[in-house]
Design a protein around this ligand. Sequence first.
Ligand code: B1M
Length: 233
Amino acid sequence: MTEGDDIDLRALDDEELVQQMFDDLYDGLKPEIEEGVEILLERGWAPYDVLTKALVAGMRIVGDDFRDGILFVPEVLQAAKAMKAGMGILKPLLADTGAPKVGKMVIGTVKGDIHDIGKNLVAMMMEGAGFEVVDLGINTEADEYIKALQDEEADILGMSALLTTTMPYMKIVIDTLAERGLRDDYIVLVGGAPLNEEFGKAVGADAYCRDAAVAVETAKELITRKHNQRAAS
Ligand code: B1M
């Protein structure tokens, strides 16, 4: 019997339920997180709000305690699994908008890095906004990104990094694109918790995206600009 079994989640009001979901995520209780997500949806919450206000906000608490040495890798892995289960329920709701396809993105977490929750979220939101997404997963090498961009005739390269030790790899990918004369063929977007605007500029990306919603907005804006430039030339 797990801790969450004691609590009737349906008896809680929204605020209490979200607090309880923070605790359940912290404790890596997958079934409770799934139930919490279902309840919030039944109560009319928008999928994006469930994602950001319950799951992403809860993961922030996990991250803080991981940083402070209160939680360790096995616990964080459990929390990540619970988060992914919640995201699994939200994915079709965020992805199935029926919007016409506006462009194609190849996305992956860079070489040496296995964090994929943020990257998955970006992929989900991009799909929801009408982009086709080719997800290369984690630990992605420059050649893999470039091969996928060419094979898939993609418009956008999205790279994610969560570690200060792996984020410099983004520059290697962008430099490799440039060496092969391909840099200007693609819009390059980068994101991940340790990055910032300045870093994005320094590695030669077109934009740094703070979160998945910004990634969607930026992708839309830059792809429209690209289409307009093509039409004018
Ligand atoms: Co890791 N980890 N971790 N970890 N982990 C961090 C990143 C860390 C900050 C924790 C901490 O100390 N507070 C720290 C990095 C410190 C640093 O680099 N300075 C850290 C560490 C040290 C490690 C290990 C080295 C630990 C160890 O083994 N000793 C190890 C590394 C393994 C490796 O990659 N080689 C490790 C392992 C793990 C787990 C496997 C346990 C697990 C990952 C599970 C998984 O992803 N499947 C894990 C987790 C879960 C985290 C934290 C707690 C949470 C990350 C997360 O999923 N956040 C994290 C702490 C933190 O970030 N505060 C931490 C939720 C997610 C929604 O946010 O990914 O930021 P985020 O994505 C956001 C934006 O950044 C943006 O949009 C998303 C949401 O809207 N975004 C993009 C992300 N990618 C984008 C791409 C884009 C655009 C936007 O492209 C266009």
